[in-house]
Design a protein. Structure first.
Lengths: 503, 166
């Protein structure tokens, strides 16, 4: 199954368009990753409208490469400016910035890029070896398992999202309700269709662009400092950085394993994996390595972990159709628009697409290594861009990109509406990712829930009658119970701290 | 006046309450009229949204209860807030963007886009007219070239039918 996917995928992968778009995706990803406030998710969201008209593997190559480049790009500003371009690079500044202060900025950036690419390739191997096996196992799933799996995906995102558990679950529920807008697949009746353009529901791209990009720009404008122009010296790393990185091969392997494993767990994501791998690397290091004072190993640990996370996160995304985090949810949205459905059926019916995606993922990491090192001076120059120019450009991209989907002014208002909802949710401390994941998983959950009830003779007991479904029900209960337990414990600890220091 | 997180939370609560009310109102009226608000899992298209809405309503009630319980400890007078005037700039950004979206179809891309870009740059604090006008025109033309010449997407021409034949 694996060899067949890869061989059939070669045809899809070895086209000039796919290779060029994947490389362009890496470059764009590095740019949005380097610019504080944007990041890989925003990069994927902004380019989504362009990708939906491309051939499937080329489009996925473009979007995945943005994720790969974006996961690494944040390290450039973390190392040079002590401002992580993305939360993924927050742990990189522990050692990356001190390295730059010691005059080793080029080495630090070179190691960050090399570790990212090598970690990403490790994540790719994990993806290629595990996704088909998981898809094969899931091919025996029936509607009850799929319904519970969708619920597990949504609950785990809500549980680990920023903000409270309750807020995560509420935005997830809102996403599920938004997904019901339009024509019901079973009865063919219309639900909440107040306008003829709502008969097929809201366009997922308009929702995603509004909720993430428009609200982010409002936040950037509110934060101020729009005309700040950081002073950065030119930096030119070389391919010697690969050798410097390989000197830490044990750390590289260990951190990549942590990253890939964390990535495969729904909701955990790259930020947690980078801090975890940094903590492990530091705990296992010798005192003379000087972690926190400019140790090469610190940069290797965090950067290899965050890019391996991308490969890990693709495992449940491709094999089960369950997104592990917001960027994967957007990628699933793209796959649905492009006309293929992630999950076991993808590996059985369209192995060439699955294989093509494996190959573009691997190629994007090779491309990251070459393009990243060669074009570093460009990405460093990008750091000088003022937000006063960036915000208008991003908003224009949001508007025209959304309009280009189906030349619909209605889509523009959907985007605007979700932008305002996103601003409100952010201001109230509600996480946005569960909403988008709710919208993506909503149809999967509802269709399989209703199908389960149709085939069941005992109503909802069908979810407990089947072993896999019962395990998932138990996992969901456990997830919520443990989240409630930890929330209560955290609150008690906060109260105790306040009581100890009333000032 | 200081705007605190709690104010935004109340607005979001109102949004959620509105959504829950809308789901039940639609199930009782529009979906009932279509005959899709009753029957088994196949015919009853209202059951699932009603169940989710009920769940959301329950969570809103729980959150309100928790908020009342924590009112003194978490959101006391020392809780961080943002002065109302600090929200003027993002509010203006949203207003300019909404105005742009509204005028895009009737006035066309080429008339509205440079104006929107210039207004946003001005709002962002750029005061040099050349540093506003030149980038606004260049960015607008650059995007038009990418979309119309490369991607073959016809941008709104407005009542003047302004489109550049690249």
């Amino acid at each position: 199954m694996l060899a067949q996917s890869l061989i059939q995928g070669l045809d899809q992968f070895f086209t000039p368009l796919t290779l060029i778009l994947t490389t362009l995706g890496v470059i764009f990803g590095l740019v949005v990753g380097a610019l504080p406030g944007l990041g890989p998710l925003m990069g994927i969201v902004l380019m989504l409208p362009f990708a939906v008209d491309m051939p499937p593997v080329s489009a996925m190559g473009f979007l995945i490469a943005i994720g790969v480049g974006g996961s690494c790009g944040g390290s450039i500003s973390a190392i040079l400016l002590r401002i992580p371009g993305t939360p993924l690079a927050a742990a990189t500044l522990f050692d990356g910035y001190p390295m730059a202060q010691k005059g080793r900025a080029a080495d630090a950036i070179g190691i960050a890029i090399s570790a990212s690419a090598l970690g990403g390739l490790f994540g790719g191997l994990v993806l290629i070896l595990t996704a088909p096996v998981l898809a094969d196992f899931a091919s025996n799933f029936a509607p009850p398992e799929y319904a519970m799996l969708a619920l597990t995906g949504l609950i785990s995102i809500a549980v680990v999202s920023d903000g409270s558990l309750l807020k995560g679950l509420m935005t997830g529920a809102l996403g599920l309700l938004i997904a019901t807008i339009g024509t019901d697949e079973f009865s063919t009746g219309f639900r909440f269709a107040f306008h003829y353009e709502m008969l097929n529901g809201f366009h997922i791209v308009a929702i995603v662009v509004g909720i993430f990009a428009v609200s982010e720009m409002a936040q950037q404008v509110q934060a101020g400092n729009l005309n700040e122009k950081p002073t950065v010296k030119p930096v030119r790393p070389g391919f010697r950085s690969v050798l410097l990185t390989l000197r830490h091969w044990k750390n590289l392997l260990r951190s990549s394993t942590i990253g890939a494993a964390f990535g495969a767990l729904p909701g955990v994501g790259g930020t947690i994996s980078t801090f975890a791998s940094y903590a492990v690397a530091k705990a296992m290091s010798k005192p003379e390595e000087g972690y926190g004072k400019g140790a090469e190993g610190g940069v290797v640990a965090t950067e290899s972990a965050n890019n391996a996370t991308v490969g890990g996160a693709m495992v449940p995304t491709l094999a089960l159709g369950i997104p592990g985090e917001a960027a994967s949810a957007v990628l699933i949205g793209a796959m649905l628009i492009l006309g293929f459905f992630p999950g076991p059926a993808l590996f059985a019916d369209q192995p060439e697409i699955a294989g093509g995606i494996f190959l573009v993922y691997l190629f994007s990491n090779v491309s990251l290594l070459v393009v990243g090192i060669v074009m570093t001076p460009v990405f460093v120059w990008v750091l000088r861009l003022k937000k006063s120019y960036l915000v208008p450009v991003v908003l224009l991209l949001c508007a025209i990109g959304t309009f280009a989907l189906q030349s619909s002014v209605f889509d523009l208002w959907v985007m605007m509406g979700f932008g305002v909802v996103g601003i409100l949710l952010r201001a109230g401390g509600y996480p946005l990712a569960p909403l988008v994941i709710g919208v993506i998983l909503g149809p999967l959950l509802e269709n399989n829930l209703r199908r389960s009830l149709l085939i069941s003779r005992e109503g909802y007991w069908i979810f407990l009658d089947r072993p896999v479904s019962a395990i998932l029900v138990a996992a969901n209960v456990l997830l919520i119970a443990s989240a409630i337990f930890w929330t209560i414990r955290l609150r008690k600890a906060q109260r105790a701290r306040r009581a100890e220091s009333p000032d | 006046m200081m705007i605190r997180k709690i104010h935004a939370e109340w607005l979001v609560t109102l949004l959620f309450v509105g959504v829950v009310a809308l789901v039940f109102q639609q199930a009782a009226t529009d979906m009932a009229r279509q005959g899709i608000a009753s029957g088994g899992p196949y015919d009853n298209a209202a059951a699932y949204p009603k169940a989710i809405a009920a769940l959301l309503g329950g969570m809103v009630a729980l959150q309100l209860a928790l908020r009342l319980l924590r009112a003194r400890s978490d959101e006391g007078p020392d809780a961080p807030g943002v002065p109302l005037r600090a929200l003027l700039r993002p509010a203006l950004m949203v207003a300019i963007f909404a105005l742009y979206l509204g005028s895009l179809a009737p006035l066309g891309y080429h008339l509205t886009t440079p104006l929107m870009l210039a207004a946003l740059m001005l709002l962002a604090g750029i005061r040099n007219p050349v540093a506003i006008l030149v980038p606004a025109l260049l960015i607008s033309l650059g995007f038009s070239f990418v979309f119309e010449a490369w991607l073959k997407i016809v941008l709104p021409g407005g009542f003047l039918h302004l489109n550049i034949p690249w």
